[in-house]
Design a protein around this ligand. Structure first.
Ligand code: ATP
Ligand code: ZN
Length: 299
């Protein structure tokens, strides 16, 4: 591996993960200048550059040391991890963080009229997929012996073409399945975008940059769901009101000048606050309730 002092992150050039990946890095305080060919972005605020590539190339670019980190779907990362294992090689990449976007399922889908109950029904059938290794692992765990038809695309039409009985493909809404007279029968893998890194992290400045970036990413992920909740209430009702909030946060309590038994309270909640929460709090004695978004967070 050549010595580099700048960190390199590979992200998808154009596709489902592109915008959200750039948005996440922007929220981490990174800004970039795009090269003319738009394949390389030079980091302006930190020594962190971007490579814009096909998502399938991300794991190997990490393994080969072309880049240090990458953002890719868990479906792609795990499939290539298993493929490396089958070829008797250590994968050279791993998942560092789940990033909470690009959610989808790798699912087994069957014709709409097929009554699916259990994996045993797949025995002796042919299943078309672009994820042969993930499917093989799932079938093995279920103790089922089925044929895997490995395709490079257009998996959903395989049953109509007669090249397979069932398919195993990515699903988010299920609309594509319905359009092909198929329905979801079982989940093979729950997927989302993940931050991937090499088997070992670099011990130099790049390693320090990775640590800093991870702390910022954790902050961004946490902030997405976090709200600052503020209210006034009698001191005696404080405990009950706090218990009504999701995850029972530890509140900061301030006394109010001139009002002996009243307190002003604020608490960070890491889960959605609903109208129901606020109405329950009001019944328990809370007033002047405010729910505010959290802009930034650093633990
Ligand atoms: P590339 O040109 O980079 O190879 P691609 O066509 O393989 O792109 P996309 O369709 O952009 O990839 O999907 C990228 C990732 O988005 C998938 O690997 C998956 O992790 C995620 N994803 C989220 N929802 C879906 C969905 N409904 N269908 C397919 N992928 C989805
Ligand atoms: Zn791809």
């Amino acid at each position: 591996m050549s010595a580099r002092d700048r960190l390199r992150i590979a992200i998808q050039k154009s596709g489902r993960l592109s915008d959200a990946s750039l948005d996440l890095l922007a929220r981490c305080g990174l800004t970039f200048r795009r090269s003319r060919d738009k394949l390389f972005c030079f980091g302006e605020t930190l020594a962190v550059d971007l490579l814009l590539v096909r998502d399938d190339d991300v794991p190997n670019m990490i393994a080969e040391g072309v880049c240090d980190l990458g953002i890719v779907g868990r479906n792609v990362l795990d499939e290539q991890f298993l493929a490396a294992g089958c070829a008797g090689q250590p994968a050279g990449f791993r998942e560092l963080r789940a990033l909470g976007f690009g959610r989808c399922r790798l699912a087994l889908a069957v014709p709409q009229e097929f009554q699916y109950v259990e994996p045993a029904q797949l025995g002796g059938k042919r299943i078309a997929t672009t994820y042969p290794n993930l499917l093989a692992k799932w079938l093995e765990r279920a103790g089922v012996d089925a044929g895997i038809v490995s395709l490079s695309g257009s998996v959903e039409i395989a049953p109509r073409l007669g090249t397979a009985d069932f398919i195993c493909d990515l699903v988010s809404s299920g609309a594509t399945l319905a359009a092909n007279q198929l329905k979801e029968a079982a989940v093979v893998l729950e997927s989302e975008a993940v931050l991937a890194a090499g088997a070992t992290l670099p011990g130099d400045e790049r390693g320090e940059l990775i640590d800093m970036l991870l702390r910022r990413i954790d902050g961004v992920i946490q902030v997405r769901a976090s709200k600052l909740v503020m209210w006034h209430s009698p001191r005696s009702a404080l405990e009950e009101i706090t218990r009504l909030l999701p995850n029972g946060p530890r509140p900061t309590v301030t006394s109010i000048e001139g009002l002996e038994n009243e307190v002003a309270v604020q608490a960070i909640c890491n889960e959605a606050i609903t109208w129901q929460h606020l109405e329950d709090m009001k019944r328990a004695g809370a007033r002047q309730m405010l729910v505010l978004p959290v802009e930034q967070m650093l633990a």
